[in-house]
Design a protein around this ligand. Structure first.
Ligand code: F6P
Length: 507
């Protein structure tokens, strides 16, 4: 896509602002043709000795979007991740960056409050009770408006904006008002709840209307898309189907775009002799156990880590597992530590691990090795290679990329995955041992089944999961979303205005 200066001269009645110069009144001189907007920038500031400064945020999302951003004169807008910090660089790794800063009060009310203590638990099956505070809501609205204004100033006339996730649900409509000339996509990384839960939200209509400002709204699963469409029809006067809505005279596309991982990068790392040697070293360091069970999660109450520890503890108690022959490693990545629920979760988890080790561990053989830290990606790959059984048992999860990362490491078709049926990944990874994470006996049976399954069953299951994962990596996901966004009626109409030989899909 190019900078489409004349697109800003939309016909009277289109609702757009016009400008004699053909330049958007909001836009800085060098507007970006593609703007990615997320709560966080793709960089984080580190103060660790020897590692000070701005570092890239880990994960496939950043890599997947980098090439589109580089190709399309792109810009990433987000929060730098801390209140008091140096200004982030203007660009990093070939991506232009623009920071939206938040105050200490906004950190409490927008980030910890409305985003992570209202929306996060509500959208994850209310596993913890969501808290509703009018003050948090006002701050959420104000911060969303600041994001919308930053985008409005940065996007080129007729440009494309891709907004990510639950912290920014009001931004599409706010931006639509400021810049009717741009194409707006929104993607939810987390689940979108059914009406029984969503109806609790005192500001349910405002949230739906905020999202309906987008031209395309993407979800991890079809269930999220249909939950949203039904609610929009019921509460906002939107009409249409689960895949397309009409609201205030505009057509909005709705659909599922399951996210994935960087399959090639992971496969390359898993074949790296140094990382394979490290995997061997890990197993040797543990006394070459018969089975190594592994959990890797952000330390979050949605992840079901304690339930999993309880299942292992009961198996140690009844003798199905023994600390000498079977070892578990649980990596819990620190997260949202200033929130009371997260602090409590850490406390309860560490007490549970301590109790299991006190009861069933032997000198030199703890039953559970627990790490509360961020591990380098290479070390994670070594753990995935070392583990015989991977436990991914969240109570609810948008997708869960750990499951897909594990699968991508097992090119020799070994390794067994125990996966919650409430993780988005379960809809693709049908070769996993699927469990209900609330059912302790079910988790124990699945561990036992995985331990006893023969090489043929293991191979069949793993190859099925690998085929499903390889089919669509994170690059395909990003391309798929952006190309669906370009096919929305609004994008087609904008292109038709620029080039009359293109047929518009709307009258
Ligand atoms: O899964 C949703 C998500 O917001 C991710 O985008 C992010 O990596 C993770 O949760 C951690 O969130 P936070 O930005 O609050 O640390």
């Amino acid at each position: 896509m190019t900078s489409q200066s004349n697109l800003y001269l939309l016909p009277a009645g289109s609702g757009a602002q016009t400008s004699d110069e053909g330049a958007a009144p909001w836009t800085d001189e060098q507007g970006a043709d593609l703007v990615v907007v997320a709560n966080r920038l793709p960089v984080r500031h580190s103060s660790s000795p020897g590692d000070e400064g701005w570092l890239p945020s880990p994960g496939g999302l950043v890599s997947a979007l980098t090439s589109s951003l580089q190709d399309l004169n792109g810009l990433w807008i987000g929060w730098p991740g801390a209140i008091d910090h140096e200004e982030p660089p203007e660009s990093y790794g070939g991506i232009r960056l623009k920071a939206v800063n938040i105050s200490a009060e906004e950190y409490e009310e927008f980030y910890l409050g409305f985003s992570n203590a209202t929306i996060w638990p509500l959208y994850h099956d209310a596993i913890r009770s969501p808290t509703y505070h009018r003050k948090w809501w006002h701050t959420y609205r104000n911060v969303n408006m600041r994001f919308a204004e930053a985008i409005a100033r940065s996007v080129a006339p007729g440009g494309t904006v891709w907004i990510h996730d639950y912290q920014l649900q009001l931004v599409p409509q706010m931006l639509r008002v400021l810049r009717p000339d741009v194409v707006i996509g929104f993607f939810f990384h987390i689940p979108f709840p059914p009406s029984e839960l969503f109806m609790q939200l005192p500001w349910r209509r405002e949230i739906l209307t905020g999202l309906l400002g987008a031209d395309l709204i993407g979800f991890q699963l079809h269930s999220g898309a249909s939950n949203f469409s039904r609610l929009a029809r019921r509460l906002t006067g939107a009409s249409g189907t689960d895949s397309g809505l009409t609201f205030e005279g505009r057509d909005i596309r709705v659909g599922a775009f399951p996210i994935s991982v960087d399959c090639r990068l992971i496969a390359e790392k898993a074949a790296d002799p140094a990382i394979r040697a490290r995997a061997k070293e890990i197993r040797e360091g543990l006394g070459n156990p018969e089975f190594l069970l592994l959990g890797v999660d952000r330390l979050d109450y949605t992840k079901g880590i304690q339930q999993r520890i309880k299942a292992v503890s009961e198996m140690l108690a009844d003798g199905t597992l023994s600390a000498e022959r079977q070892v578990m490693i649980q990596v819990a990545v620190p997260s949202r530590e200033s929130d009371a629920h997260y602090e409590q979760e850490r406390h309860d988890l560490e007490r549970a691990v301590g109790e299991v080790n006190g009861e069933y561990g032997l000198v030199g053989h703890p039953a559970i090795h627990y790490l509360h830290k961020n591990l380098p990606f290479d070390e994670l790959i070594a753990l995935y290679l070392a583990a015989d059984i991977m436990l991914v048992t969240p109570f609810r999860d948008g997708m869960n990329l750990v499951a897909k990362e594990y699968v991508m490491c097992r090119s020799d078709m070994t390794g067994k995955l125990i996966l919650s049926e409430f993780a988005g990944a379960a809809s693709e990874l049908r070769g996993a041992y699927l469990v209900n994470p609330h059912d302790l006996d079910g988790i124990k049976e699945a561990i036992l089944h995985a331990m006893n399954s023969g090489p043929k069953e293991t191979r069949d299951r793993m190859s099925r999961m690998r085929r499903a994962t390889i089919r669509r990596d994170v690059y395909d996901w990003a391309k798929g979303f952006l190309s669906a966004l370009q096919q929305t009626p609004h994008a087609t109409r904008l292109r038709a205005l620029e080039d009359p030989s293109i047929e518009s899909t709307t009258p």
